[in-house]
Structure formats: C-alpha cells, structure tokens
Design a protein around this ligand. Structure first.
Ligand code: HEC
Ligand code: HEC
Length: 335
C-alpha cells in the first residue's frame, strides 16, 4: 500500500495538481481516481487495459521507469499535452491537441490517454510499441516523423515494457483530435528496432539517451528531400519559428558536434550539463525556441544520465557548420 501511494503521488501531482483557478475540484477528482487505481491494484484486480500484459499487477519499479521515460527522457508529455495561454495544460496531460506551427506545416498531436474512444485505451501493448518505435498505427498507416519514432526505434524491449506500463496508468480523457494531413514532411521507411539495451558504458548509454531524447531530430537540418541531412548529423541549422506564447522570430538549432568554433568544442562538461538541464548557454544567453518546451523535463534528468549524454556528444565527429544567429524575441514577461 505504501509503496503504491508514494509512487502514485508524483503522477497525481503532475497530472492533476498543477492547475490554475477553478481546477481544485478536478484535482480532487483526480486524486479520487488515483485512490481507486490504488485499490484496484491492491486487490489484484487487473484493470481492463492490462488484459494482454499477462504478468499480474503492474510493477511499481517498472512504472516509475516508464514515467521517467515518458515525462523526462522521451518527452511524450510535452508533445501530447495541449497548451493553455501560459504553457502546457497539465490538467489535460497526454490528451493531445497541441498545435505546432512548424516549417513543414502545422502539426497536431493525438490523444494518447487511456480513453477507449479518442485515445489509445483500446490498443494492445504490441500496437503501442509498434507506434512508438516504428510509427505504424494499428490500421497499418505510417505516421509522419514529427512523432520521433525514428529515434525512439533505439528503445530497448525492457524500456518499452516500462513505458507501456506507465501509459496504462494515465487517466482517460475524452478528446477527439483531428489527424494530420498535408504536412510537407517525407515519411521514412519504418525502422526495424533491435530491442537491445545499450552496453553499460557512458558513451553507449549516452548515445541511447540522445536517441530517446531525440536531440538529433532538432539538431540535424533537413535536406532538400525533406529528410534529415545525413552529412550534417547533429550539426545544427534546422529552422524553427516561435510559438505565439513564446515570442516571435526564428531560431536555428545549434551545432552539437565538438567543432571548436561552430560547435560545442569550447564548452566544459559542466557548462554543457547546465545548457541541457537549465538552458543556459556558455555565452551567458538563454536557449530559446522549441528546446524550452522540454526543459521542465530535462531539468529532472538523473545526473549520471546527463553525464552520459555529454560523453556521447564529445565522441561525435566535429562538423564545420555555422548556424545563423537567432532573430527570436521572447514574449515580454507579465503580459
Ligand atoms: C515531437 C513531438 C512528439 C513527441 C516527443 C512524441 N510524440 Fe507521439 N505523436 C506526435 C505527433 C505529431 C503524432 C501524430 C503523427 C501523425 O499524425 O502522423 C504522434 C502520434 C503518436 C501516436 C499515435 C496515436 C494515434 O492515435 O494515431 C502514439 C501512440 C504516440 N504518438 C505516442 C507517443 C509516446 C508514447 C511518446 C513518448 C515515448 C511520444 N508519442 C512522443 C508527436 C510527438
Ligand atoms: C525540439 C527541438 C530540440 C530538441 C529536441 C533539442 N534541442 Fe537543443 N537546441 C534547439 C535549438 C533550436 C537550439 C538553439 C537555441 C538558441 O539559439 O537559442 C538548441 C540549442 C542547444 C544547445 C546550445 C548550444 C550553443 O550554441 O551554445 C545545446 C547544448 C543543446 N541544444 C543540446 C541539446 C541536447 C543534448 C538535446 C537532447 C537531450 C537537445 N538539445 C534537444 C532545439 C532542440
């Protein structure tokens, strides 16, 4: 009982309690629901959604690993949560509907709560894993690679099991989101995941985390074919426009290779760790643009994980690619 309560508390907090005026009753409802889930687990009653996970009651350690992946490393929550005027609307976490005006068209994220009708509550574990690592829906349809499945393909089978265990704990929210059409983004051949975990050494673990955090997705420019330019992996220069609530202007992703002048060559390990977890650049300015979306998450990365990420970035071949200076003007505070 105690173990479950402790583990479910942060989930209830993130899902329910971060809210503005008028949501107190919702928060209470959420905690009631959490309590019910807790009871269901206690009496060994399998919730319907667990039906094909024939391993009995979900393991709290596995769920916590899944939460760390979904909320901290892989950022499912950042993309799959709609925005209120001031930022992500965490009362509606995972219910989709975020609209992001990108250079290839405005994309919308689907509802990935456990709702049967409008979410993924009716999907089997296998179908969810296939969506996350290969970008294929139960209907067989291939997703646009805005959903970073080309990077998530690196995830181990064990981590996928943890992720699914956590997703099953997300409260259902009824929210139908229209699908994406007409994005000017080329769909890749679905990846073939190996399911292997990384070797237990920092560079390999860092590579694994960098894939799951899909740093390369933003930090690799798109070629003329609408696919990441393989000659400029991690070399930066992908363009992003500001979201209305963030400000105006354009920002180009940074060169993350250890090039001495155009990359992160001059950064110390500590400075790099600060840039990733606090968005403070070495030159004293703040990182702006889409990466700020993820800072709430990456500020919670385990120290050893950030160190591994840095070790991997240092191991990349330096690419000489100068990135334009941002024209981004952050929105005035207090408006
Ligand atoms: C960069 C933003 C982003 C991140 C991060 C992200 N997604 Fe997605 N996801 C999307 C978008 C956009 C789509 C819709 C793609 C399309 O329409 O082709 C999608 C589609 C999906 C779908 C298919 C849902 C449906 O109804 O078709 C699932 C399931 C999913 N994501 C789960 C996840 C999980 C789990 C994670 C974290 C491991 C995650 N996503 C991380 C943006 C994201
Ligand atoms: C959603 C897109 C996105 C993702 C994902 C992303 N970044 Fe960034 N990052 C950017 C952009 C855009 C900039 C440039 C910001 C600026 O100029 O203010 C940037 C800047 C940086 C910088 C500052 C470098 C400098 O020039 O001083 C570092 C370091 C960095 N990112 C590391 C990472 C790492 C490591 C990851 C993965 C854990 C990552 N980023 C994931 C978009 C992203």
């Amino acid at each position: 009982m105690h173990r479950f309560s402790l583990l479910l508390l942060p989930i209830a907090l993130t899902l329910g309690a971060v809210s503005c005026g008028g949501a107190a009753t919702d928060a209470k409802k959420d905690s009631d629901k959490t309590a019910k889930t807790d009871d269901a687990k206690k009496t060994d009653e399998k919730p319907e959604a667990d039906a094909d996970a024939d391993e009995g009651p979900a393991d709290p350690v596995l769920i916590e690993r899944g939460r760390y992946l979904a909320e901290v490393v892989m950022n499912c929550r950042a993309c799959h949560t709609p925005l209120s005027e001031s930022g992500p609307d965490l009362d509606k976490a995972y219910s989709g509907g975020l609209e992001y005006p990108d250079t290839f068209g405005t994309w919308r994220s689907p509802n990935i709560t456990q709702d049967q009708r409008t979410g993924i509550g009716g999907w089997t574990d296998e179908q969810i894993i296939n969506a996350v690592r290969r970008g294929i829906r139960p209907s067989g349809e291939q997703m646009y690679p805005v959903m970073p499945y080309e990077y998530f393909a690196a995830a181990s089978d064990e981590d996928m099991k943890a992720l699914v265990a956590y997703l099953r704990t997300i409260k259902p929210i009824d929210n139908a989101v229209a699908g994406n059409t007409d994005l000017k983004l080329t769909k890749p051949t679905p990846p073939e995941p190996t399911g292997e975990p990384p070797l237990p050494e920092p560079v390999a673990e860092g590579k694994y985390l960098v894939e799951l955090a899909h740093c390369g997705d933003c930090h690799t420019p798109l070629g003329a074919d609408g696919r990441p330019d393989q000659s400029k992996l991690f070399a930066g220069g992908r363009a992003y426009a500001a979201l209305p609530f963030q400000g105006e202007g354009q920002v180009w992703s940074a060169n993350l290779t250890p090039h001495p002048t155009n990359g992160i060559g001059k950064y110390s390990d500590d400075e790099l760790m600060t840039a990733i977890t606090e968005l403070d650049k070495r030159d004293g300015t703040a990182i702006v643009g889409p990466m700020t979306f993820y800072v709430g998450a990456w500020s919670q990365l385990k120290h050893k994980d950030v160190k591994a990420i840095v070790a991997y970035l240092r191991s990349l071949p330096p690419v000489d690619n100068a990135v334009p200076k941002t024209t981004w003007k952050p929105q005035e505070a207090g408006g």
